[in-house]
Design a protein around this ligand. Structure first.
Ligand SMILES: [Ca+2]
Ligand SMILES: [Ca+2]
Ligand SMILES: [Ca+2]
Ligand SMILES: [Ca+2]
Ligand SMILES: [Zn+2]
Length: 572
């Protein structure tokens, strides 16, 4: 007994030591030939901060509902200004627990920016001129349980807030069960001559729906599981479907309108903490949230009832979206509600309307990439050709690791059945060998956007004496990038103070924006002409005229999103 106990302790210590070693295995530069689990992701963030102490900072965003830390990695060069003084680029991933490759895009982006800072001039530029806010895992409980627990590729998406999904007074009482103990939740089927499915002629592992009058062979029984609470239903109440991306604090609707919504907006600690994190960084001008399936860059609005965005903002989205499409072949730039489906409480509605930034949802995996191309030619394509190509991909590219062969099982309710199908790490999740290409191209789409965050210059056009101690000073503010200094919608809705041009050091008699420099048309501001309010669209300029007394004038441009500028002009 005692010996056994000692052996257990030794075994425990051995595994603790092994885990410790494993954690230290994450080294910079990071590798993207496999997925980082929760702990490895944290280790990667720590490793990056340690390797690049000047540029990278690890920030605790908050805690999840199960108490796990949510980390951000912030990248900023303090020599070129504080983070808040620069246009902020926000990127997160894995808000849906099963969407694990999204985290890898975030880690890759952080690693790529840091490791190439000294060697790629264009990377140095965006690190010097932008503040980077990267949250690799939004839903840390989700990622943890996806790796740790048996799952399908579609399960374990939500937050860990217990819910009584079937309204029987019990909470989370009937999860799917890993009956064959292989770490996956796959499918159950039963031989049944009256079933709705038959075996495919192309491949015995695939089932196809029978046509009317055709003999059936199988009945599908859903995901692996038993009736844990004896209520006559199987797998009816798992972790509770509280979808974090239906739960942001704008355009929110309850669960009976929007499935997956919480009991109130931002229910779920992580969503609340990330909201606070975003609001505390008012310089954020673009936001990306990565998800895992479809090959899309989605923009808002997320529901049709909001109407289309203003033309001024559509122009910006189109410029960024079309270029993102070009960077990631096969992806489509789409409008959420119109081209996909409407969702209330969505991320981009929140960032568009409350953060006042431009937001994209990146849906990563392209189904076409999981293929054994040409195995069914165009002429012989059937409705299940996709499945056939996928299973050939499993056989000859993933070498049989993605599909669990059908095996017999004696089920307490159904009797003799078979268990088999696509495993957890399949279908929506690219095979690790495909990961680096996926994360590099998507990170490049973010980098393109960062390169187009507003960049404003302030210059003197002219100064001229027009009377006794009266001077006319003209200035030009130019934005050389595609993204405005604030979204038009934020300007129109007065979401936060507009950009300002302030004159000090001299008495300002009059001042305003120049409408037409050739006809001397100036839109003089009636009150307080020394402060002008405006925003600068992408690739545009604003010109101002001030009538001032002589002296040392200081012109200060300030903006929440763009970098502030100032100019001293000796007026005499
Ligand atoms: Ca229940
Ligand atoms: Ca299983
Ligand atoms: Ca139940
Ligand atoms: Ca049950
Ligand atoms: Zn998602």
């Amino acid at each position: 007994m005692r010996i056994m106990k000692n052996i257990s302790i030794i075994t425990f210590l051995f595994f603790a030591f092994a885990l410790q070693l494993k954690a230290q295995n994450v080294e910079v530069p990071l590798r993207f030939d496999n997925y980082h689990d929760n702990q490895q992701t944290i280790d990667a963030i720590i490793a990056l901060e340690k390797a690049y102490p000047k540029l990278a900072n690890r920030i605790l965003v908050g805690k999840s509902d199960e108490g796990r830390a949510i980390w951000a990695l912030e990248i900023n060069n303090p020599n070129t200004g504080t983070a808040l003084s620069k246009p902020g680029v926000y990127v997160d991933g894995n808000i849906h627990g099963n969407e694990i490759q999204a985290t890898e895009v975030c880690l890759y982006l952080a690693d790529y920016l840091l490791k190439n800072y000294n060697s790629i001039p264009r990377i140095k530029k965006i690190v010097d001129e932008n503040a980077w806010y990267i949250i690799p895992i939004s839903n840390v409980d989700g990622r943890f349980h996806f790796f740790q627990d048996p799952n399908t590729m579609n399960s374990n998406r939500g937050l860990r807030i217990a819910r009584d999904d079937d309204h029987d007074g019990l909470f989370n009482e009937d999860f799917p069960d890993d009956l064959d103990n292989d770490g996956n939740i796959v499918e159950m089927r039963k031989a049944d001559p009256n079933g709705m499915y038959r075996t495919s002629h192309e491949d015995p592992r695939i089932m196809v729906r029978v046509k009317p009058g055709e003999q059936g062979e199988w009945t599908k029984l859903g995901n692996e599981g038993i009736d844990n609470d004896g209520d006559g239903r199987i797998n009816e109440d798992a972790e509770g479907y509280l979808d974090p991306n239906r739960n942001w604090g704008f355009n929110w609707q309850p669960d009976y309108v929007q499935r997956g919504a919480g009991s109130y907006p931002t229910q779920g600690k992580s969503i609340r903490d990330i909201s606070h994190y975003l609001i505390a960084r008012p310089n954020i001008i673009v936001a990306f949230a990565f998800h895992n399936y479809g090959g899309m860059f989605l923009r808002g609005p997320s529901t049709g009832d909001q109407g289309e965005l203003p033309q001024q903002d559509i122009k910006v989205y189109d410029y960024l979206g079309v270029n993102a499409e070009r960077i990631v072949p096969g992806y489509k730039y789409l409008i959420s509600w119109k081209d996909l489906y409407g969702t209330y409480g969505d991320f981009t509605d929140f960032t568009d309307n409350l953060i006042g930034s431009y937001g994209f949802v990146g849906e990563l995996t392209l189904s076409e990439s999981v293929t054994y191309k040409g195995v069914t030619d165009e002429k012989n394509k059937t409705e299940f050709s996709g499945a056939y190509e996928r299973i050939k991909f499993n056989d000859h590219v993933a070498h049989g690791t993605l599909f669990k062969e059908w095996t017999k099982y004696n089920h307490p309710t159904y009797g003799e059945i078979e268990i088999g199908g696509w495993v957890k790490m399949s279908t929506r999740i690219p095979h690790p060998f495909m990961l680096e290409d996926l994360v590099h191209r998507n990170a490049s789409a973010v980098i393109f956007t960062a390169e187009n965050t507003p960049k404003v210059s302030l210059e003197l056009i002219s100064k001229e004496k027009i009377g006794n101690d009266l001077y006319k000073v003209r200035l030009r503010l130019s934005n050389s990038k595609a993204i405005p200094t604030m979204p038009y919608s934020a300007y129109k809705n007065k979401l936060y103070p507009a950009d300002m041009l302030k004159v000090s050091g001299v008495k300002v008699i009059s001042g305003g924006e120049i409408q037409n420099i050739y006809f001397n048309k100036v839109n003089y501001k009636e009150f307080k002409p020394e402060v002008q309010f405006f925003y600068i669209p992408g690739f545009e300029t604003k010109e101002f005229e001030f009538l001032v007394s002589g002296g040392n004038a200081k012109f200060e441009y300030s903006s929440r999103k763009a970098k502030n500028q100032s100019l001293n002009v000796s007026v005499k």
